[in-house]
Write a protein that binds this ligand. Structure first.
Ligand SMILES: Cc1cc2nc3c(=O)[nH]c(=O)nc-3n(C[C@H](O)[C@H](O)[C@H](O)COP(=O)(O)OP(=O)(O)OC[C@H]3O[C@@H](n4cnc5c(N)ncnc54)[C@H](O)[C@@H]3O)c2cc1C
Length: 288
């Protein structure tokens, strides 16, 4: 029987599935279109002892030259509005959710406009921008434990959200469903907010090149400001380059690989260490 709910490919170039456009062959690739199939494929990998990683838009990830496991691309997409609440699958993209909320006259996510993300990925990273984080509107997150495959509901305070961090970084859970709390607002006001955020992002970030967003987390020092002050903008190693437009981004000019990106990361951190006696922490995740 053909199951149209997922697509399976073998030995696929993962660079075609991530925003950095970097990475070599992945042994198994599944694209799943429902939560049930997401769970089935995860369970299949578990019982066959196949290492697996769920991804959304793979927009925060740097893939290696080879990944000997399964990448599960989550495209689950069911949702339901009830009053000021939105219940949704983890594979829906932020841009779709923002549009759906705009159509309903519900506010809450506008500051996250133009961030390439699924809701699941945003929950894991507690994605944020312009003084707003996804945690601000999360009521609860439904997950399955990766070992027992038992369902669990984690309320906001159980999720240990902090700056670009959450309990889900432990990799113990499959995120399946999320409840968001939204606020009614006139549609024209929501639209104005969205357009102004998109405008800010497009004018300050290198959206025209593949990247994984900010390379480093903010700490006591602001990485983009320091990298800029150190005159490192535009420095290139093979096809990886510190963006001229935003010093916090490393972009892929064409054929960069993970080693090229990491070469620049080390270069920046060595210089920063000499001057500030500290190193920046990565915001992007290295897939192993
Ligand atoms: C141009 C650009 C701009 C960006 N701007 C910002 C910004 O302003 N603010 C910001 O915070 N980030 C930003 N980012 C980074 C990135 O977009 C966010 O971190 C985003 O939320 C990641 O979502 P994703 O769906 O792509 O997750 P992925 O990168 O696919 O995955 C992230 C992590 O979540 C895990 N994961 C994903 N889905 C699930 C699931 N269902 N269950 C369990 N684990 C899961 C993955 O295994 C991985 O560990 C930017 C990136 C780019 C390329």
């Amino acid at each position: 029987m053909i199951n149209l709910d997922y697509i399976y490919k073998k030995n696929v170039d993962i660079k075609d599935f991530c925003t950095f456009k970097i990475g070599g062959k992945v042994r198994h690739l599944f694209i799943v279109h429902s939560t049930q199939t997401l769970l089935n494929v995860c369970f299949y990998c578990k019982i066959h002892n196949i290492k697996y990683k769920i991804v959304g838009l793979a927009s925060n990830l740097l893939f290696p030259k080879r990944y000997n496991g399964a990448i599960i691309v989550n495209r689950s997409h069911s949702f339901m509005f009830r009053k000021n609440h939105l219940y949704l699958d983890s594979g829906i993209t932020l841009s779709n959710v923002i549009n759906m909320c705009l159509n309903k006259g519900l506010s809450g996510l506008e500051n996250l406009s133009a961030i390439p993300s699924t809701i699941g990925g945003a929950v894991v990273n507690n994605t944020g921008a312009f003084s707003c984080e996804i945690k601000d509107i999360i009521d609860y997150v439904e997950v399955y434990d990766r070992r027992t495959f038992k369902k669990k509901r984690l309320y906001n305070s159980d999720c240990n959200f902090s700056y670009r961090d959450s309990i889900f970084k432990s990799n113990d859970y499959i995120i399946t469903r999320i409840k968001l709390n939204l606020t009614p607002m006139p549609k024209n006001m929501i639209k104005e907010k969205i357009l102004s955020i998109i405008d800010k992002k497009v004018s300050t970030q290198p959206m025209d090149y593949p990247s994984a967003g900010s390379i480093f987390k903010r700490g006591k020092l602001l990485p983009a400001k320091i990298i800029d002050e150190l005159g490192l903008k535009g420095i290139r190693y093979n096809d990886a380059q510190i963006s001229n437009k935003h010093a916090g981004f490393i972009i892929n000019l064409k054929n960069a690989c993970s080693d090229d990106v990491m070469h620049l990361v080390k270069l920046i951190n060595n210089i920063v260490y000499k001057i500030y006696k500290m190193k920046f922490k990565l915001e992007i995740e290295l897939v192993k």
